[in-house]
Write a protein that binds this ligand. Structure first.
Ligand SMILES: Nc1ncnc2c1ncn2[C@@H]1O[C@H](COP(=O)(O)OP(=O)(O)OP(=O)(O)O)[C@@H](O)[C@H]1O
Length: 595
């Protein structure tokens, strides 16, 4: 998948209008009864609007002229009731339709959210989080107008248009043809605008997404920005992105502004044609004055729905780009999925084997090159090697975050591709270097390891990894709320909490990317003890940075250039005087000896 950055526009496949409309309509299907009621209510309101002038005409001509107070009262009461009802109908329509729209938006958002959660790491590798956020929030919001006002008004407007056209054609065929003669020209102009406008709206959304992604990235990295006093530079980049977004918006809106003049001019020309032709027909004695007067009246009624339908079309174009962006994500198939007849992974005993595994993140690159190893249940493996060697990649394949291009990854003799992903991952504990804590209480953060754990179980896990003591010293103990990512805690404290979380999950295979950060000796001891407790009784892979962890491991695998270059215990490898020895001499000995 091509990689996208915050400042770069995304590539989007263009879809046909028909495809988008069809797909949007599927969301309305579930609410067809409600939508029908909304349409009927709208038709009622429109009929009232059409009837009002007629009733007024009767009141003036038949009752006021004839001084018929009784008749006038009756028609007055009738009109009041009719319009009161129309008012209620309008309110009901708005409420009903906004509830339908909100439900649809909720559904689309949920669909997007749960779909994105199923997508593999490679999807997230390929685009910044802010751009994903822009689609789930911004683009879905854009559909609101489309559903609330446009979809339902389209049908009544079309009906009105058809009714008026039928009346006009039945009154005088030739005049009716004259009245609609301008329509093909109008349709052609609209179509031309649509093609360009759609592209411009898509460009605007791309720019908006870039700004969103940049802001997201910027605020996530605000500490780095401030510590390198890069505020001015980032502000400049932000301004540039915002300006690009604004320009794209202006360019799209400018085109939209052409819509109304075109419709107005067409309506004007249409009316002039009817006038001119009526005079001609009247001169030839082929039409009465009454017909001409009625026709002029109907021309107005004919153009109003055209105005409204054009408005609908305009909204459609403006928001098609959002729909396109939403559907694009929904249509990305997750590439790491359970196969059709996947079996549930039984309780894992813990043997792990790599058989001729070759893997690259992108086509044509090789990160792991024909890797082979076997690990027995309960063994602790320390993965060491220079940066970029492929250590994280190995553990990524064990958890099946990516699939190997060649070879097999076997757990208890079963290929990870043949088992249900959930049953596999639920038995694995993955602890990343950068401990991720959510902005909630410490209790809830630990409970993340086992959602149904009782408070007592949470506390027991915290005690086991020596986290209890420091937690109790916090102002609200386990109910202390940590900031986003846990930034109010020290690195060591965050690690201890993540150990408790992992211990609570009680995984059969543990993957630990050991943090490198220096912490005070006291916390370091606690962390070391915590690690020991965690590793006990389960197969573990530790991307090790502490000499103590490496020494305690049953086996050390030295990875370099995507291959296992040495394997053995600390002593064996030191005696070998090879890659590990060199690594040890250059890194671990001096950095970790004191730990
Ligand atoms: N998501 C990714 N997409 C593309 N390439 C990647 C990705 N993750 C890692 N790589 C590349 O794969 C190679 C191995 O990376 P890996 O993260 O496995 O190294 P590592 O041994 O864990 O390094 P470190 O000790 O620095 O964490 C590196 O060249 C890296 O640039």
């Amino acid at each position: 998948m091509a990689r996208n950055t915050v400042k770069q526009d995304e590539d989007l496949k263009r879809r046909s209008n028909f495809e988008i409309i069809k797909r949007l309509l599927t969301y309305l299907k579930e609410y067809k009864m409600k939508v029908l009621v909304v349409i009927l209510l709208m038709i009622y309101v429109m009929a009232c609007n059409i009837l009002n002038p007629y009733l007024l005409k009767i009141a003036i001509d038949d009752y006021i002229g004839a001084k018929n107070i009784n008749g006038l009262m009756k028609i007055g009461v009738f009109m009041t009731l009719l319009n009161l009802l129309a008012m209620f109908a309008s309110r009901k329509r708005i409420r009903l339709m906004s509830s339908v729209t909100n439900n649809i938006l909720l559904k689309i958002r949920q669909e997007l959210y749960s779909h994105i959660q199923k997508l593999s790491f490679s999807f997230f590798d390929s685009r910044p989080a802010g751009k994903i956020l822009a689609r789930v929030i911004g683009d879905v919001n854009s559909l609101q107008d489309l559903f609330t006002n446009s979809v339902t008004s389209f049908i009544p407007e079309l009906l009105t248009l058809i009714c008026v056209a039928v009346v006009m054609f039945s009154m005088n065929f030739k005049l009716a043809i004259a009245a609609i003669s301008i329509l093909p020209l109008l349709a052609a102009s609209m179509f031309t605008i649509e093609v360009v406008s759609r592209r411009r709206w898509q460009a605007y959304r791309q720019k908006r997404s870039n700004t969103n992604a940049y802001t997201h990235e910027d605020f996530s990295g605000i500490k780095v920005i401030q510590s390198f006093t890069a505020e001015k530079r980032t502000s400049k980049s932000f301004l540039k992105l915002v300006k690009e977004m604004m320009d794209a918006f202006v360019s799209a809106v400018r085109l939209n502004d052409l819509f109304w003049p075109i419709v107005e001019i067409s309506s004007g020309i249409g009316t002039i044609i009817v006038f001119w032709y009526s005079v001609k027909l009247y001169g030839a004695g082929r039409v009465t004055v009454g017909t001409i007067v009625a026709f002029i009246g109907y021309i107005g009624m004919f153009w109003r729905p055209i105005f409204n339908i054009s408005n609908f079309y305009n909204t459609l174009i403006t928001n098609f780009a959002a729909a396109e962006r939403i559907f694009e994500i929904l249509d990305i198939p997750p590439d790491i999925v359970s196969i059709h007849d996947a079996v549930k992974m039984p309780r894992i005993k813990g043997s792990v084997e790599f058989k001729n595994v070759t893997f690259g993140y992108e086509d044509g690159t090789v990160v792991l090159d024909n890797v082979n190893f076997k690990v027995k249940p309960g063994e602790t493996i320390a993965l060491v090697g220079p940066t970029g060697a492929g250590k994280t990649t190995i553990v990524n394949l064990i958890s099946r975050f990516y699939d190997a291009q060649k070879g097999e990854v076997l757990i208890d003799g079963k290929n990870v591709k043949d088992v249900e992903i959930e049953s596999l991952r639920s038995q694995m504990g993955i602890m990343l270097q950068d401990t991720f804590l959510f902005s909630t209480t410490i209790m809830e953060n630990i409970r993340y390891g086992k959602l149904d754990a009782t408070d007592e179980e949470v506390i027991a896990a915290a005690k086991a990894v020596n986290a209890h003591e420091f937690i109790m010293k916090l102002e609200n103990g386990y109910n202390t709320v940590v900031n986003e990512r846990g930034s109010r805690l020290s690195v060591g404290q965050r690690q201890l909490i993540s150990f408790a979380r992992a211990l609570l999950a009680n995984p059969r295979i543990l993957i630990l990317d050991e943090a490198t950060s220096n912490i005070d000796t006291f916390t370091e001891r606690l962390v070391q003890k915590g690690i020991k407790k965690l590793l006990f009784g389960r197969t573990s892979f530790v991307i090790a940075h502490r000499l103590s962890t490496i020494r305690d491991a049953d086996r050390i695998m030295v990875i370099d250039g995507g291959r296992i270059v040495e394997e053995g215990t600390h002593e064996e490898l030191i005696n070998l005087r090879g890659a590990y020895y060199n690594l040890y001499m250059s890194q671990y000995k001096f950095l970790n000896e004191g730990a």
